[in-house]
Design a protein around this ligand. Structure first.
Ligand SMILES: [Zn+2]
Ligand SMILES: [Zn+2]
Length: 321
């Protein structure tokens, strides 16, 4: 089968590799769509041990298995199903397993992959192939974060920093959850324009004069994080959805030190959210569909990934037909 190999130094090649065999408790999925994710850019720079790709939609290909032919997404956190986190429904926070599909085991930039059967999220028939991957990072991650913040800040002005797929997904979900006044900042003018078309109001990058009850930090930029800590109102929430593994320095200035506020980090989403996330996609289907702005086959993947990493595409899809 064909698979993308990330060599590092911005080099991707397409290789013929042996198809996966399903281990005990696993099924092979024939990949239909894998959405590109900004977090893969670090593998593009550093190289990857396994085939990347973690926003995966496909069809179960295991004749004789009860799930054969089932359209499914891949829920990337492998989880034990028995620990205290799993028992509480927090399958993304499993205490016994830390493997993520597409990171610590082969992912979806390939024609096929094997996944534990517990990682299949069956997709309803009315959800088209091209929109299904949005149910993972774009909708799942952003909506889970907002669900965590809601009991602490049920209303008030919101700032979204970073208008990538997570930030844009957050803007749609915020509206759904009743936050009426949402501002957005992003250094890229085209992204701000996109966000305003989804109902957000532009806010200058780094501007500190306006204050917010909720800051949804979706860029991973340390400057945006620090801005969030300053502009969040007392008893407000800074929700960290963006990721950045470089060391983060916080200068504990007066506007940060002299207030009560929450800094929330949320990661991915519990499996139990999935049905509600399907409802979100159904309800705001036209808005979410606008994020998917390109689709290409695996031969075009290396070049398309470079365009994506340069910020020219929002949520493109690798497609196998
Ligand atoms: Zn991702
Ligand atoms: Zn567990």
């Amino acid at each position: 089968m064909r698979a993308a190999v990330f060599h590092g130094d911005r080099r991707i090649s397409i290789a013929d590799v042996p198809p996966p065999e399903a281990a005990c408790g696993e099924v092979v999925l024939r990949v239909a769509r894998t959405a590109l994710c900004g977090s893969d850019a670090k593998l593009w720079l550093r190289g990857a041990e396994h085939t990347p790709g973690h926003e995966i939609f496909g069809v179960v290909d295991r004749p004789g298995h009860a799930l054969h032919g089932r359209r499914s997404l891949v829920y990337i956190p492998v989880h034990c199903g028995r620990c205290a986190s799993c028992a509480a429904g927090d399958t993304h926070l499993c205490l016994a397993e830390s493997t993520l599909v597409g990171w610590n085991r082969p992912g979806g930039y390939a024609e096929r992959l094997s996944v534990p059967a517990q990682c299949l999220l069956p997709v309803p028939d009315d959800v088209p192939d091209d929109l299904a991957p949005l149910l993972l990072d774009t909708i799942g991650t952003s909506a889970h974060g907002i669900r965590m913040a809601r009991p602490l800040v049920p209303a008030g002005d919101v700032l979204v920093t970073g208008a990538g797929p997570i930030g844009l997904g957050a803007i749609i979900a915020l509206r759904h959850f009743g936050y009426e006044r949402v501002w957005v900042s992003d250094p890229r003018e085209s992204r701000v324009r996109f966000a305003t078309e989804l109902g957000a109001t532009p806010h200058p990058v780094g501007e500190l004069s306006r204050r917010f009850k909720l800051v949804v930090e979706s860029s991973g930029s340390h400057a945006a994080r620090n801005q969030g800590l300053e502009v969040v109102l007392p008893k407000g929430v800074v929700l960290l959805l963006g990721e950045n593994d470089a060391p983060w320095t916080i200068e504990e200035k007066k506007p940060i030190r002299r207030k009560d506020f929450w800094m929330l980090r949320s990661f991915y989403f519990p499996k139990g959210d999935f049905a509600d996330n399907v409802e979100l996609l159904r309800r705001y289907r036209d808005e979410y569909a606008r994020l998917v702005d390109a689709k290409f086959g695996i031969d075009a993947f290396p070049e398309a990934f470079a365009r994506f990493a340069a910020g020219q595409l929002v949520k493109p899809l690798l497609a196998f037909d």
